[in-house]
Design a protein around this ligand. Sequence first.
Ligand code: PSU
Ligand code: MN
Length: 303
Amino acid sequence: MTAIVLSPEVASAIAERRAVVALESTIFSTLGLPSPANAQALERCLAAVRASGAVPAVTAVVDGLARVGLDESEHERVLAGSRKVAARDLPVAVAQGWSFGATTVSASLALAAKAGVGVFATGGIGGVHRGVEATGDVSADLGALAAHPIVTVSAGAKAFLDLARTLEHLEMLGVPVLGFGTDELPAFWMRTSGLPLAHRVDTPHEAAAVATAAWDLGHRGGILVTVPIPEADALPSELIVDAIAAAEREAARAGISGPAVTPFVLARVAEATDGQSLPANLALAEHNAGIAAQIAVALADVL
Ligand code: PSU
Ligand code: MN
């Protein structure tokens, strides 16, 4: 039988009901951030989780095994990784023994749920892509948020998505979306999107309380906690809006579609902003990891 392999540290933390935060690996692979930003992002996220008193658990497929919690040498393989594993790919990657697969939010949530991890952090979730009327492109991340009982912490969804439709889709799926210290959906590199959220919390304990209420009430899925990028790291919207428009025109011209869209647009936005998008991306990922750890600690107290 194929099982998920937990690192010894993650296994004992779960057994002892200590706080654990799962982290996806796509953002730290070559698909998410260019080197050396990816290594810096990984290091800062791991440190942020530990600084707030939780154990980090990076998810990935390594040598055909579904893994939750990696050691140093395996972190190196994440940084070099270039094969994307979303939820639909996960069983194939394991059955066919892929040497390495970087798990997206959807695959990471599946692994974290199976391992018994209750909190997950990422930069920005995938969502409904612009032009969905023609392409039908909706990230598997949304269905995974609804399917697994996990608190996901993100800076909203990536700003090149159709954020209004992404929110509608989450509503349809019954996923509670909370603004963390905000009344608006954050837009990844920017603190606001202009889209009001139905619900707000201001502390990790309040977020944990919503999660426990959801699960007590029989909610089978997760909740999404959306955290604005720290003020000092946010990018001006003019810069980002223009960079996204240029990236999208290029993606259309180059005929990019499917799973290649997100890595392509992220890379082009980094170029178009002269690399200014990268420190922002790092800062928001680190910030989310720390908030996720605080929520995991709060959950460990009440569960
Ligand atoms: N956010 C980032 N960098 C990333 C991603 C999100 O800042 O690399 C990745 C995540 O792994 C997310 C995936 O799950 O993009 C969504 O891809 P798609 O749009 O193909 O579903
Ligand atoms: Mn897609």
